[in-house]
Design a protein around this ligand. Structure first.
Ligand code: PDD
Length: 287
């Protein structure tokens, strides 16, 4: 089946879809993005991701390229044209095309907007979640505004590649204090040795994950204890469970870190339950 991409107002065959060589996303990573998961052809947590997109744009003073309604239409149409039932839709907005010069381009330069969608069967993620995955640690060498979801992802790319080369599914980045910040494309969690859920607070330099926020609500509804506080690699090794969250992996149990077994080396009951609850809710609430 041929794929289709939305580029600046038109739907184009994916293989031929292009942006200008002087697009500031290409030249400077001067742009932001969002990823929605798709259930039954519908978008999960539409509002959460759209609100974060607006915040990212606002923080970087990139104009909001279209109304909420238009954005919803374009995302849904891209999903429809690509016949995605289970999968994801990706949106990127950059500061537009202008002669390469570091300062912002002239006022009125339209932002560039690209949307793509692709199928990703849930069964694949479910199989990984049933076995649990390996994570490895990697130094966090990123800039000071990781709360903005920019396309400047080179440190994340290097971390994920290092994980892949070590046979792991994700890299957990570690700050100079030895504390885990987040995954290369996920938020990191443990159930600590006392049975308390832990994830790093978002006042620090990490992304405010939309899946993280949804999982926090589930934790509250389930009456589980949560401590929004950073944890060390040593604490991960002593933890009962570990997992990570994102729009593409949902809740993914991690069963080893740097080759050391976590808990009993199998996905834990809390991570497994949260995954089920999250998937049911995301599917129910998708639009
Ligand atoms: N990544 N932390 C980082 C660094 C991320 O890139 C992401 C998402 C998350 C999880 O956020 P959310 O729950 O809102 O997806 C945390 C997306 C999926 C990506 O880059 O493909």
């Amino acid at each position: 089946m041929s794929r289709v991409a939305y580029v600046n107002g038109t739907y184009q065959p994916h293989g031929q879809a292009t942006v200008h060589v002087e697009d500031r996303g290409f030249q400077f990573a001067d742009g932001v993005y969002e990823v929605w998961s798709v259930f039954d052809g519908r978008l999960a947590d539409f509002d959460g991701h759209l609100t974060r997109l607006h915040r990212s744009l606002d923080e970087l003073r990139i104009p909001i390229p279209m109304t909420r309604q238009a954005m919803e239409r374009v995302l849904k149409e891209t999903v429809r044209r690509n016949r995605v039932n289970e999968g994801l839709v990706y949106l990127q907005v950059t500061r537009g095309t202008a002669r390469r010069d570091h300062p912002f381009p002239a006022e009125g330069t339209p932002p560039s907007v690209v949307v793509t969608a692709r199928s990703m069967p849930l069964s694949k993620g479910n199989a990984s979640a049933e076995k649990g995955v390996a994570v490895v640690t990697h130094p966090d060498i990123r800039w000071g505004r990781c709360d903005i979801k920019t396309v400047g992802l080179l440190p994340n790319v290097l971390a994920k590649q290092a994980a892949k080369e070590m046979g792991a599914a994700e890299a957990w980045m570690v700050d100079e204090m030895g504390l885990v910040t987040e995954g290369s494309s996920t938020n990191a969690w443990i159930v600590d040795e006392n049975g308390k859920l832990r994830t790093r607070d978002t006042q620090s330099n990490i992304l405010r994950g939309i899946t993280r926020a949804a999982v926090m609500k589930l934790i509250e509804a389930e009456g589980l204890e949560l401590d929004e506080r950073a944890f060390s690699v040593e604490e991960v090794k002593r933890a009962r469970e570990a997992f990570y969250t994102s729009a593409t992996g949902f809740i993914m149990p991690a069963v080893s870190i740097d080759g050391a077994r976590i808990g009993d080396g199998k996905p834990g009951p809390i991570a497994t339950k949260l995954r089920t609850l999250y998937l049911d809710q995301a599917r129910d609430e998708a639009i």
